[in-house]
Each structure stands twice: as C-alpha cells, then as structure tokens.
Design a protein around this ligand. Structure first.
Ligand code: HXC
Length: 290
C-alpha cells in the first residue's frame, strides 16, 4: 500500500482536464497509478492497463472513487502484444468516448550482469519498455491525431552514463527517449506532442524497494542535491504540467525529475543492494560498492 500522501495540488486548477481521457499502460504500478490519479482528480477519465486482470481492475475501481462522476476502467493487456493493445484502445473509445493522453509506463527491470544475461532476458526488457511503447502509440495513433493528443513516456536516467548490470534497461530506456524524440518531430505537424519524464530515486516505488535494500535509502538521499527522495507526487505534478495547456509548445523534451541526482554521478553505484553485490552471479563488483 502506497504511503505517500494522496495527490493534491495548490498549483493546478480543478477541472482542467474535464472531458479528457487518459490511456495509461502500467497504470496499476506505483508511479503510473499516481500519474493517473492526478489526472482523474483534475477532471479526466481513464483506462489503465496491466497484465494482471484482478490487480488492474481493483486499481481502476479505487482510482474511480477519487472523483465523483469519474469513469476509470481497468483492462488486462500485455504491451508486447499489439493486438491486445488495439483491443484495449477500441474498448476505451467505446466506453469512454476518446483518448487524449497516453502514458507509456509499462516497464520491466531486474539486475543482471552481462555474463548471465541471456538473449531472451535482454529481449524481454526491450520488448516491454521499447516495443511496448511503440505498440501503445501505434494502437492509439488515430485517436491522438483526431484529438491533437499528447504522449508521455516514462523513461529513466540510468542510460545517461554506463550503469553496470543494467545493460538491458539502459538500452531500452535510451530507445524510449529516441522513439519519443522522433515521434515528436513526425507527428508534431498533426498537433500531437511527445515528451518523456525521467524519474530519479522515487520513494516507495518498486524500482527503489526491490532494487535497493531499505538501508541504502539514507545513502541515496545524500546523493541527491535536493537532499530528499522523490515522491510519486513529484512525477504526477510533472505529468499534469506536460499534459496541460501550459506545455502546449513543449514537445520532444525529456523532463528529468530527480532532484539533480544524475548530475552527481553517484547514483551509478547506488543501484545495487549488498545482497546482489555479494552474490556469486556478479563478476565485476569492484566499482559498484554502496
Ligand atoms: C536474470 C532474468 C531475471 C533475473 C528474468 N530473467 N528475471 N535474468 N536475472 N532476475 C530472464 C529469464 O530467465 C528469461 O530468460 C527472460 O528474462 C524472461 O523472463 P520471464 O520471467 O519469462 O519474463 P516475463 O514473465 O515476461 O517477466 C518480465 C520480467 C519480470 C521483466 C522479467 O521481472 C516482471 O514482469 N517484472 C514486473 C515488472 C517490473 O519489473 N517492474 C519494475 C519496474 S521498475 P531465459 O533465457 O531464461 O528464457 C523500473 C525502473 C526502471 O522499470 C529504472 C530503474 C532505475
């Protein structure tokens, strides 16, 4: 259960997204769920997608309760399968009327050194993160063009430098940035905007809790120039801004929401729990000490 305070905003006006519909992959996950919640609170209806039917439907039901009169549907789909995405888009248009905003948020991650990373393991992460983002936009393109819509892809900062044991994720996220930039240019003339959000260390996310032990939190916090971990609400605020009219001339951008962390270069070493560093699996531990 997420402990971060519920999304509220003293900056954004209630109702700014009235009549809009967001289509969010990975929408039951911690970051994407909060992105969707913020948009719903500010007036949007939503479709969230996830591989686990019950989890996705339960999350949708809970998000719907955040604003009376909102409609939120949970759809089980795998972003690696374009036909399941096309069905999800068709269902969203049928039940909610349209799609204005797309969040490509579905992602996969595990720590593995290159020696033990199989071709299928590499392909799995590329397929979820990169091909999945392509498939999502592909399935929603006609709606995006019809409604002069806007897309946010959830990226990362770990490909800005070489992060060991994350070659699969770094390659996938670099591809996500490139895809977003190219589509910003190609679909800009149709009025469709593409931007990435690159979260840094965000408290209570799977990326932080599963990939780092709780004891490392303090060290991570010290490595952030703003001296705190990010909150899912920081990502939600950036999302609201990028989808709002205030960002109507912003496309092809990458918003790094990380408290300045990646500039320090210290995060590279902090991605790995001691349990992983001490495992037999890794063959180059020297530069990865916490
Ligand atoms: C090495 C691994 C592995 C591991 C899986 N594989 N886990 N290799 N170390 N820990 C390999 C498998 O052996 C297999 O290769 C291949 O990957 C596919 O594995 P499957 O289990 O069949 O894939 P699938 O069921 O599709 O699961 C996808 C998954 C899984 C990504 C592997 O972990 C998953 O669904 N995770 C939940 C989503 C998730 O990870 N969310 C985290 C988001 S956080 P072989 O060769 O054996 O066939 C995030 C933050 C990014 O993304 C930024 C970080 C800073």
């Amino acid at each position: 259960m997420l402990m971060a305070p519920a999304y509220t905003s003293s900056v954004y006006r209630p109702g700014i997204f009235d009549g809009k519909v967001v289509f969010c992959t990975g929408g039951a996950g911690t970051i994407c769920r909060r992105q969707t919640e913020a948009l719903v609170i500010l007036g949007a209806n939503a479709a969230i997608l996830g591989r686990k039917k019950e989890v996705t439907e339960n999350a949708a039901a809970e998000i719907q309760k955040l604003r009376s009169g909102s409609s939120v549907i949970g759809i089980s789909a795998d972003v690696r399968d374009i036909s399941s995405l096309q069905e999800a888009v068709d269902r969203t248009v049928k039940e909610l009327g349209r799609i204005d905003f797309v969040i490509c948020g579905a992602a996969g991650n595990f720590i593995s050194d290159f020696k033990h990373l199989s071709a299928n393991a590499f392909k799995t992460v590329i397929d979820i993160d990169l091909l999945g983002s392509f498939n999502t936009v592909k399935a929603a393109t006609s709606e995006l063009i019809r409604n002069k819509g806007s897309v946010i892809m959830v990226s990362a900062t770990l490909h800005y430098y070489g992060v060991q044991f994350q070659s699969h994720v770094g390659a996938a996220k670099a591809g996500v940035d490139a895809l977003s930039n190219a589509l910003a240019v190609e679909l800009g003339p149709f009025g469709v905007r593409f931007n990435c959000i690159a979260p840094g260390p965000i408290d209570e996310t799977e990326g932080l809790t599963r990939l780092l032990p709780s004891g490392a939190k303090k060290q991570v916090t010290k490595a952030v120039p703003l001296q705190r971990l990010g909150s899912v609400n920081d990502i939600a605020d950036a999302t609201v801004f990028l989808f709002s009219e205030a960002a109507s001339f912003i496309t092809g951008s990458i918003s790094v929401v990380d408290g300045g962390a990646w500039h320090t270069g210290q995060m590279q070493a902090l991605h790995y729990p001691e349990s992983v560093l001490n495992s037999d699996q890794l063959w180059n531990k020297k530069s990865a000490k916490l």
